[in-house]
Design a protein. Structure first.
Length: 419
């Protein structure tokens, strides 16, 4: 197939040896899946589940959403840049097909169960199920929640945790086409600078919006959370931009390894002491600067896992159970834990099982996520990996985001936290 010329990348392309890499030489030398990042996913989704089931234990457990936003921005951008470096283009139809295949069938299964329970029971937790299901399948939960200044209504409460899907899907309707446009029109160096500038804009916007009554707007808005995804995207661009023997890459490797443990420690301190939602002394600072701080800390950890796979932190997070759960179950764990928690809460109140609510929900969630992975997600991904009659905007085959190249299948829906 014909390759698409890359206007604006001339000097970078020449410096990197012809068209190889198109200004991103390290994008062609990806070492495949990073098991440590998969382990970090497990850690993040675990925080979110504990936060929802026992919020008093980890007031800042919703930080898992911030970590996952950054991981997702890194993974997706790494895959997009690798495809562009290899082919000169990105197969957008394949990209969006794989995202749909990775996310929607499992999501529809959860929504179907909620619909059946709403029809066949009178459980209080499933009041308003139809509105919540409709908003979830159209990825609009975050927009409705952002418009609600007070307590969230029944229209979003049942599947309120799906707000993160809305944030990510809306972001990825904009970022991949914008990134491709930048890659085609300007040099690789300028693409990195543009991404760095974009990272700062949401923080400025949050300062302009901030008031206590704007907390829901800021927490749920795609525009106000985009810096956390863009921070991961920026890391992917920087790593792909630098040669393997570049001193700047060596410095990034060295300093990220040194700072990874302190960064993880600060994140742990935030989880332990800083409430993510509701009125607190931290509210104004967290809703303005805090999101970007969390993204910077997460980027530091992800950079260390990507560049130093032999470090103790990478080895710890790469342990087989941690990596396997993060790679295969993190999305399902996130999808199922919230509605199952409501279901078991309603069932437990009349039967006296309330004290066992958290462990019972965790066990049921793991069972449901495992079933979803083996019966729905993996079979569909393997069978329908490529769209029929795939059309691209140019040359090259799509790497996609959910089926195994680059850092691995992204599970952005496992990020959310229903505040």
């Amino acid at each position: 197939m014909l390759s698409v010329p890359c206007p604006g990348a001339g000097s970078d392309t020449a410096a990197d040896g012809g068209a190889a890499g198109r200004g991103f030489p390290s994008a062609l030398r990806g070492r495949g899946r990073v098991r440590g990042v998969d382990g970090l996913r497990t850690l993040a989704v675990g925080l979110v589940m504990v936060y929802h089931l026992e919020p008093g234990l980890l007031p800042g457990g919703a930080l898992g959403v911030d970590v996952f936003f950054t991981i997702s921005g890194f993974v997706i951008t790494r895959l997009l840049v690798a495809e562009f470096a290899r082919t000169g283009n990105v197969a957008m139809r394949s990209f969006y097909w794989r995202r749909w295949l990775r996310l929607v069938p499992a999501l529809l299964t959860v929504c179907a169960l909620c619909a059946v329970l709403a029809l066949t029971t009178e459980l209080a937790g499933f009041d308003g199920a139809w509105a919540s299901i409709g908003l979830t399948v159209t990825f609009l939960v975050n927009i409705v929640r952002a418009m609600q200044p007070g307590v969230f209504t029944d229209s979003t409460s049942l599947l309120g945790h799906a707000w993160s899907l809305g944030v990510e899907e809306q972001f990825y309707l904009i970022w991949p086409p914008l990134l491709l446009l930048l890659l085609r029109r300007i040099s690789a160096r300028k693409v990195v600078l543009c991404a760095a500038t974009l990272c700062l804009l949401p923080m400025v916007w949050r300062f302009l919006l901030w008031s206590p009554s704007a907390a829901h707007r800021i927490y749920n808005g795609t525009d106000t959370r985009a810096d956390q995804l863009l921070a991961g995207a920026l890391l992917a661009l920087v790593v792909a931009r630098l040669h393997a023997d570049d001193r700047r890459l060596a410095a990034l490797r060295q300093w990220s390894a040194r700072l990874a443990w302190p960064a993880l420690g600060v994140l742990a301190l935030i989880v332990w002491q800083v409430p993510m939602t509701g009125a607190s002394a931290w509210e104004s600072s967290w809703y303005t600067v805090g999101f970007l701080v969390a993204a910077a800390l997460s980027v530091t950890v992800v950079a260390a896992l990507e560049l130093e796979p032999g470090s103790w932190l990478s080895r710890l997070l790469s342990l087989a159970p941690m990596a396997w759960v993060g790679r295969n179950l993190s999305y399902g764990l996130y999808l199922w834990h919230y509605p199952l928690g409501r279901l078991l809460h309603d069932l437990g109140m009349p039967t006296g099982l309330g004290t066992w609510h958290a462990p019972t929900t965790l066990a049921a969630t793991f069972a449901a996520a495992t079933a979803s992975y083996y019966l729905i997600e993996r079979p569909l991904t393997r069978r329908f990996k490529h769209p029929r009659g795939r059309m691209t905007t140019g040359s090259g085959s799509g790497t996609g985001t959910g089926t195994g190249t680059g850092t691995g299948s992204t599970t952005p829906a496992a990020v959310g936290a229903a505040a």
